[in-house]
Design a binder for this molecule. Structure first.
Ligand SMILES: Nc1nc2c(ncn2[C@@H]2O[C@H](COP(=O)(O)OP(=O)(O)OP(=O)(O)O)[C@@H](O)[C@H]2O)c(=O)[nH]1
Ligand SMILES: [Mg+2]
Length: 265
């Protein structure tokens, strides 16, 4: 499906890759290297402004936009927020965010199943970064590819909803490995979905990463949001305490590590 990350391989074109694997790998490596360079530029811009960039990842419909809407309403006054929305098509999610009086830029990726650093770099030109404390980037709904592309974010937040089943962390471990925090969403539906076992869901996450902070939240009834908001505001403080304009990660793909407070939870 995706134009750039290699997941567009099909039975019809697989022989091309098999015939020339080295060239294919080289092309993909070059694309990733270019992406990483742009991601560093994005991150340098964020650091120059002292803003925290949070990348939200999940499968389609897990509640990323709903969580953002609830977060916008619940954040302390004075924390200025903007959102970059990624979807294959439509302005729907950006429109939902703008209804809360928050600036939102919609990226429509067409065929691409993840955001890349160049897309985000272009979207940044439509935002006043000096007027933002936390920039949320809602990635395209997909439980694989978004984890592979650095877009300049400081932290990755993975959403797993109770409607998806409790085994997703085990089946899609790449996402868990990339996550700085995991949220189990739509917990207000737990009484109606007997098959979902919270303990099993936690075990599935813990089986991949023991140290990742994990909370249950409901955007609908607001339960669990307080811990998420605490983590966000503490992450903003930690991010601002890091070196500013001249900051650049030692390794191109390295993210600013999860704030120290996060791993203690
Ligand atoms: N009951 C309940 N429904 C929720 C909750 N969060 C989201 N939903 C519903 O789930 C559906 C999908 O929510 P979205 O916020 O659009 O999900 P998304 O992850 O942004 O979806 P994409 O952008 O398409 O990937 C909507 O009908 C929401 O109203 C929740 O906490 N509880
Ligand atoms: Mg959405």
């Amino acid at each position: 499906m995706c134009d750039t990350c290699g997941c567009n391989l099909t039975d019809a074109n697989r022989h091309l890759v098999a015939a020339e694997p080295r060239e294919t790998i080289e092309v993909l490596e070059n694309l990733l290297a270019e992406n990483d360079l742009q991601a560093m530029r994005n991150r340098a811009r964020f650091n120059a402004r002292g803003l925290l960039a949070v990348n939200l990842m999940s499968s389609p419909g897990s509640g990323k936009t709903a969580l953002l809407e609830a977060t916008i309403q619940a954040l302390p006054p004075g924390v200025r927020v903007a959102v970059i929305e990624g979807d294959l098509e439509t302005e729907n999610d950006a429109a939902r965010i703008r209804r809360h009086g928050v600036p939102a830029v919609q990226i429509t990726t067409g065929m691409a199943c993840h955001l890349d650093a160049h897309m985000v770099g272009q979207a940044l030109q439509r935002l006043d970064l000096s007027a933002i404390d936390i920039l949320f980037i809602e990635n395209v709904g997909n439980l694989v590819c978004p984890a592979n592309f650095d877009i300049g974010q400081h932290c990755n937040v993975l959403l797993l909803s109770v409607t998806e089943g409790d085994d997703k962390a085990a089946k899609y471990p790449v996402m868990v490995r990339a996550a700085d925090a995991v949220l189990i969403t739509k917990t207000d539906l737990l009484p109606y979905i007997e098959e979902f076992d919270l303990a099993r869901a936690r075990e599935a996450v813990g089986g991949v990463r023991r140290d990742v902070p994990l909370w249950e939240v409901s955007a609908k009834n607001g339960k669990g949001l307080a811990r998420w908001l605490d983590w966000l505001t503490a992450s903003l403080t930690a991010c601002r305490a890091a070196p500013g304009p001249s900051y650049a990660p030692a390794e191109p793909r390295a993210r600013v590590s999860a704030p120290a407070h996060a791993s203690r939870r």
